[in-house]
Design a protein around this ligand. Structure first.
Ligand code: ZN
Length: 211
């Protein structure tokens, strides 16, 4: 998978790069995003650390805001992952509460009294600071939802199978309590190690990414 993974890296690095604060008008409404992280290298340049997309129609911009800006871990699995690693790195017992999903009324009623919301807010702030200062991304347009999800899965699988790129010694993800993150070097737990691109798949991907 190394050749295909290298091709993905080379193509993705050629796209316009977005840093926080990003300009929404340069981001398509439907598509896939690819994240890079400071200090992470592979295939002769910056290493891909996460690939993601959205399910709802025209939600790419709002998905990116949920990751970079909206301080709610329960609306962004990426924020949840970063928070877990930060908390685990400092042996913070709040990790147990960070895991709780408070989206539903029922969960809120059950757990709210246990949670120090002031402290949780301070962690959300740290997560935002960390993400905004360490991550950049590129995006490319894919309008059809089925195609988008299939392509996301194939990119993730290809990068996860690759033996020629992996996390640095100091990567924050090494502190993740999710073994799949530390193992794969990606801020992901789903779609890892499934069906990767073959050579013709990469050609199709290349056509799409070049627009
Ligand atoms: Zn690779």
């Amino acid at each position: 998978m190394s050749k295909e993974c290298e091709a993905i890296h080379v193509l993705a690095r050629k796209l316009e790069r977005h840093n926080f604060p990003f300009s929404e008008s340069h981001i398509p409404v439907n598509g896939i995003y690819i994240l890079f992280e400071k200090g992470e290298h592979g295939h002769g340049g910056e290493r891909i650390v996460r690939i993601g997309t959205h399910t709802g129609e025209k939600q790419l911009r709002s998905r990116l805001k949920q990751h970079f800006l909206n301080e709610n871990k329960d609306r962004s699995i990426f924020r949840k992952h970063i928070g877990r690693s930060l908390l685990n790195q400092s042996n913070d017992p709040f990790l147990e509460f960070w895991e709780l999903d408070l989206t539903t009324r029922k969960a809120k009623d059950k757990y709210a009294h246990l949670i120090d919301f002031e402290y949780q807010k301070s962690i959300e702030f740290r997560v935002s600071q960390h993400i905004q200062s360490n991550f950049s991304f590129c995006v490319f347009e894919v309008n059809d939802k089925t195609e988008r999800l299939e392509m996301e899965s194939k990119i993730i699988s290809t990068v996860s199978w690759c033996k020629n790129c992996g996390p640095s010694e100091n990567w924050l993800g090494n502190y993740s309590p999710k073994q799949k993150i530390a193992e794969s070097g990606l801020w992901l737990v789903n779609e890892l190690y499934k069906t990767p691109f073959d050579a013709s798949g990469i050609e199709g991907f290349s056509e799409i990414i070049k627009g």
